[in-house]
Design a protein around this ligand. Structure first.
Ligand code: HSE
Length: 450
């Protein structure tokens, strides 16, 4: 039993600012520093005590000193920060799987709570990191890792906790959404828009992770684990980017009442979990179909709540800082709570996780958009329709491009009802083999999102 004096001392100790170490003060780190400073008073009123960035580690010491204006210690050696006994929380904003992983594990081993925006790290090594954190009784928080400033992790893990989540579909990569919006607006091809996006700073000099769908797959992997109570399994995700999309498909999709978006999708099916990223036709009347430019949006379908939509900035200094600081406040409130009473890292209690399989892409069920370049002669359509009928694939809609004067070829565009991917692949192989079909069939998946 503590006496009144001791209780007062303990209370004073808790009222001291919690000390934070910042690994990396680039765009997001700088934003975090700035927002914390600007909104310090309100943040303290919410958190119950001050949150003080006491140390920053960055390779660029000069820049770090400029941003922090002598208010905190700046070091070049990140080990000094993760080993500093005065630091309670480490924010990791370095990115990637290498150094960041070592530093996060060291911080955890030293009993520090961790906030990270590193989706790649969590999607690939999350299970190991959460296990280490659980053993040490520390928190690993990662709101900023998925959809930047949108509080989607909080929504999935806490706000929707009553629900059996049925599916999630999200525009979770701003770079590709910007490129797709420009392609549609201006009727331009992918390569042209990518160069423009790089010139404007919307796309990185090396945009591979974004345009190949890897970044979106990292984020979808994390959401999948939280939604369904399964381990993070990036290696099981199907990943297809937007590099092969043609302006013609965006135009034809539009004629049929659809938009093409790069979606991260995860779905509960009777035989397992679907986890996939690919360009997707969605009906233009869905709100998410109208998310343009670099914005992000996520639709979550729960059995009790129905469909919910979350929209906002998925990247950038202050939007991402908003998520990082939300985690800091959560940790500040809970730092001294019994670990058993905290919200589990992945929403489900660690001993209640399930090993529901993630389905291979061939087992995924979806609808399709098919475009084929064909000879404009009798029987071509009948042959294609026969192959689809034999595969029990039902056609939902069809258009044929009006051939130019004297042209003997045309394009046929079909939308199908749902079928399994392996069924569609077999049918496409047969269609490709028809002598009247020129080149390969273009296939894009379609989701009604209802
Ligand atoms: N590169 C990402 C995007 C932001 O374009 O949305 C960080 O995940």
């Amino acid at each position: 039993m503590l006496c009144t004096h001791e209780l007062k001392e303990l209370k004073k100790e808790f009222m001291k600012p919690i000390k934070v170490g910042l690994l990396g003060i680039g765009v997001v780190g700088g934003g975090t520093y700035e927002v914390l400073r600007r909104n310090q008073e309100e943040i303290t009123r919410r958190a119950g005590r001050g949150i003080q960035i006491a140390m920053v580690a960055d390779r660029n010491i000069e820049r770090a000193k400029e941003i922090t204006r002598g208010e905190c210690e700046v070091v070049g050696d990140a080990d000094l920060l993760v080993n500093n006994p005065d630091i309670d929380i480490v924010i990791e904003l370095i990115g990637g799987y290498g150094v960041a992983k070592d530093l996060v594990l060291k911080a955890i081993a030293n009993g520090k709570h961790v906030v990270t925006a590193n989706k790649a790290l969590l999607a690939v090594h999350g299970n190991e990191i959460f296990k280490a954190a659980q053993e040490k009784g520390v928190i690993v928080a990662f709101e900023a890792a998925v959809a930047g400033g949108i509080p989607i992790i909080k929504a999935l893990r806490e706000g929707l906790t009553a629900n059996r989540i049925q599916w999630i579909a999200g525009i979770i990569n701003g770079t590709t959404n910007f490129i797709l919006s420009e392609m549609r607006d201006k009727g331009l091809d992918f390569d042209v828009v990518l160069k423009e996006a790089q010139r404007l700073g919307y796309a990185e000099a090396d945009p591979t992770f974004d345009i190949e769908g890897v970044d979106a797959a990292h984020k979808a992997t994390i959401m999948s684990a939280i939604a369904f109570g399964i381990p993070v399994q990036f290696d099981k995700a199907y990943v297809e980017g937007i590099t092969k999309l043609e302006a013609a498909d965006i135009r034809y999709a539009e004629q049929l009442g659809y938009r093409i978006k790069l979606l991260g999708i995860t779905k509960r099916m009777p035989n397992g979990i679907e986890l996939r990223v690919h360009p997707t036709l969605i009906p233009e009347k869905r709100l998410i179909a109208n998310v343009e430019g670099a914005m992000n949006a996520v639709v979550v379908q729960g059995d009790a709540v129905g469909s919910t939509l979350y929209y906002g900035k998925g990247a950038g200094a202050e939007p991402t800082a908003s998520a990082v600081i939300a985690d800091l406040v959560d940790i500040t409130r809970l730092a001294n709570a019994d670990p058993e009473h905290r919200v589990p890292y992945l929403a489900f209690q660690p001993d209640a996780m399930e090993n529901t399989p993630v389905l291979p892409m061939t087992e995924v069920t979806t609808s399709y958009y098919l475009r084929m370049h064909v000879m404009d002669q009798p029987g071509v359509l009948a042959d294609v329709a026969r192959i689809l009928a034999d595969a029990t694939i039902s056609i939902d809609a069809m258009i044929q491009r009006e051939p130019e004067e004297g042209e003997s070829r045309t394009d046929i565009i079909m939308l199908t009802h749902q079928t399994q991917e392996k069924n569609m692949l077999a049918a496409i192989e047969k269609i490709n083999a028809l002598p009247t079909v020129l080149g390969e069939v273009t296939k894009i998946r379609l989701e009604e999102l209802t």
